[in-house]
Design a protein around this ligand. Structure first.
Ligand SMILES: [Zn+2]
Length: 309
């Protein structure tokens, strides 16, 4: 995944052949988007603590690799945390009504790994500061705030737009269920994914493109959802994580300095290294609905889904 860009902590891939060209392009697009959002913070040091391991021999979304300088983001410990207190570490002006705020801790999910960023607000002395975007730059989560007034040292209350986040949590856990069903039933691998509020999509490398079969797989996914399986997330030291079947294959795409992996486990069904936010049980997903499938070539069967409200 050498995109010709410095990626702190992710410069060396022992086996670059595992990472497909498609992934390369995806990462480049992500990085371009990040810089476009916030060129002032981060500069050429594009954040890469969410690396893709698509193209490995098991289906994967994204892998959380913690940077040394960053605390564990609060959403990784508790996806249900909607409010928190934090201290402002820095404020950078990015334009009219555009301020990039870094906190000492945050529950805001930054745009990464196919999961869109959180929105919400900061509160200080009864004044609201809307948070319109969150991204990762140089190992730090940066919040774009659309109102002037915050300064270094301020203590703020952060409030996540929960309606938006919760839909994305349900969409994300649904994506894990769907992709594992596809993988188990057909051996398909993920080549891309993008979660959304209205609908989400997953790209698979699928030998046969058959809408009826895809529809069937979605029925199977709903059977799993209905089982109300527990979803747990936790951190494991690298050596321990590598003992887990299927996760061991990640060793080939993990930078050597990664000491700890965040694991998301759907009890008895699926286990992945993952940096996203998830619901506590599959029942919270509701029902997954197959919307449409597009045939964009053997390595790119694009499947769209939504959830019952
Ligand atoms: Zn995921």
């Amino acid at each position: 995944m050498n995109s010709g860009v410095e990626q702190p902590g992710v410069t060396a891939f022992p086996d670059a052949t595992l990472v497909t060209k498609a992934v390369d392009q995806k990462v480049r697009r992500l990085q371009t988007a990040r810089w476009a959002h916030n060129p002032e913070v981060g500069g050429s040091k594009a954040e890469a603590d969410t690396i893709c391991s698509f193209g490995s021999s098991t289906p994967r979304y994204s892998l959380s690799v913690r940077g040394d300088e960053m605390e564990k983001p609060l959403y990784m410990e508790d996806s249900y945390l909607r409010e928190f207190e934090a201290r402002v570490v820095s404020v950078t002006k990015g334009g009219e009504n555009k301020f990039f705020v870094v906190l000492d801790r945050t529950a805001f999910y930054p745009n990464s790994g196919g999961q869109p960023h959180d929105t919400g607000k900061f509160l200080k002395d009864g004044v609201e500061y809307p948070v319109v975007y969150a991204g990762k730059f140089s190992g730090k989560i940066s919040h774009e705030v659309s109102k002037e007034g915050l300064k270094e040292g301020d203590v703020v209350k952060g409030i996540i737009d929960w309606e938006r986040r919760y839909v994305l949590m349900r969409m994300h856990t649904a994506a894990h269920v769907i992709s594992e069903v596809f993988h188990k039933e057909t051996g398909a691998l993920i080549t891309g994914n993008q979660l959304g509020l209205e609908h989400s999509r997953i790209d698979f490398s699928l030998e046969k493109f058959d809408r009826e079969k895809i529809s069937e797989l979605f029925e199977k996914a709903n059977e799993i959802v209905k089982k109300d399986l527990k979803v747990r997330s936790y951190f494991l030291p690298r050596e321990e994580a590598m003992k887990i079947e299927n996760i061991t294959k990640l060793a080939n795409v993990l930078p050597p300095n990664v000491k700890e992996l965040r694991i998301v486990e759907i009890e008895g069904f699926d286990i992945q290294a993952d940096g996203g936010t998830h619901v506590r049980s599959t029942k919270e997903i509701g029902e997954v609905k197959f919307l449409k499938a597009e045939n964009k070539g053997k390595n790119n069967r694009r499947v769209y889904y939504t959830l019952s409200s």
